[in-house]
Write a protein that binds this ligand. Structure first.
Ligand SMILES: [Mn+2]
Length: 343
């Protein structure tokens, strides 16, 4: 208390005023706070305790006990957040306000056991279910790809069988590795076996590289997936890929899973299982923008391993993946705020 009996005011250097569009609390106001000084939430958005309600929950999962090669994706969530501070409020390509047209908040990280994979998977499912009680949509920052399984469990409990649009160099429908059934190469086989997937509607985009056997592709089809390989981009073009995605998924509830290794290592060196010959960042962002027409109910961005990153290349790519997803989910601005479009 001050001498006059009033509560001490917060010193001005701690105050970071936020932008607002109507009732929506947005990013820290970068007109008064330098971007480098913003909070360590995604895109300097509010924390869960700073908003009255929310539409989209962003959740980090610092877990990488499921990797088979390079470790380090447990540091992915904070790396993506750090690389997201340059994201701006209006997305002209999508004509969307990803942070202003709906309420987005960063819920922080789910605590997942660092050694016990089944315990970690259970914790992520609990965290995802809790987040879905607060928000309509979920954006998960991984973590390795193991975490897609518990997130799909939580989403299918709400929406029924889900169509997965899976961006990855790898199928991730393998059975076991070192006799282990839960790891980053198996989430979509487990999800299919558990009945979480709409087996008429799932697809991979960006598949490339070697397999263990030609039978891997047969297993993959039987589990409910269609594959769009990197060579298909040269054969049918980006528009053809988008058309195939739309016709495969239709109006079903969709989960978008983005393994950052779908990008060529030139665009995403900081990842655990790199494969040459991948997508460019621009190709990936264009396809994600086209998911605005789909009924997307949740998404993840996984396998960002900052130890292998350089100059935030991978972190920036992952941050822009989040930006396009939030833009695709953002409704049009209310008419009374439409004048902001011309500012
Ligand atoms: Mn993967």
């Amino acid at each position: 208390m001050d001498n006059d009996g009033s509560a001490a005011a917060t010193p001005s250097f701690w105050v970071q005023p936020r932008t607002r569009l109507g009732d929506v609390v947005g990013q820290v106001d970068f007109a008064t706070t330098p971007r480098s000084a913003g909070p360590m939430t995604f895109a300097s958005l509010p924390r869960i305790d700073e908003v009255a309600q929310l539409d989209v929950a962003i959740v980090g999962v610092p877990f990488d006990a499921g990797v088979s090669y390079r470790p380090g994706a447990r540091f992915g969530p904070q790396h993506i957040r750090a690389s997201s501070r340059l994201l701006r409020p209006y997305n002209p390509e999508a004509d969307a306000w990803p942070f202003g047209a709906h309420q987005v908040a960063d819920l922080g990280n789910i605590t997942a056991h660092p050694y016990d994979i089944p315990a970690a998977v259970a914790a992520v499912e609990r965290g995802a279910r809790d987040a879905l009680e607060r928000a309509d949509r979920l954006l998960v920052l991984g973590g390795d790809h193991t975490i897609a399984l518990p997130v799909l469990r939580a989403l299918s409990a709400v929406h029924g069988p889900i169509a997965v649009v899976h961006f990855d160099a790898h199928l991730d429908t393998w059975d076991t590795y070192f006799d282990t059934p839960l790891l980053h190469g198996t989430p979509f086989r487990r999800a299919s076996e558990e009945g979480l997937l709409d087996k008429e509607s799932c697809l991979h985009i960006g598949i490339r590289g070697g397999l263990y056997s030609a039978a891997d592709m047969d297993d993959d089809r039987a589990l409910g997936f269609m594959g769009i390989r990197c060579e298909d981009f040269d054969l049918v073009g980006l528009g053809g890929v988008i058309e195939r995605m739309r016709s495969r998924v239709g109006t079903r509830p969709v989960y978008v899973s983005v393994d950052i290794d779908v990008l060529d290592p030139a665009f995403a060196p900081g990842t655990g299982t790199p494969e040459s010959g991948g997508l460019s960042s621009r190709e990936l962002l264009t396809i994600l923008r086209a998911t605005a027409d789909l009924n997307v109910v949740g998404a993840d961005i996984v396998e960002v391993a900052p130890t292998y990153d350089h100059a935030e290349i991978t972190g920036i790519a992952a941050a822009h993946v989040g930006y396009e997803l939030l833009s695709a989910w953002a409704p049009p601005l209310p008419p009374e705020l439409a004048n902001l479009r011309t500012r």
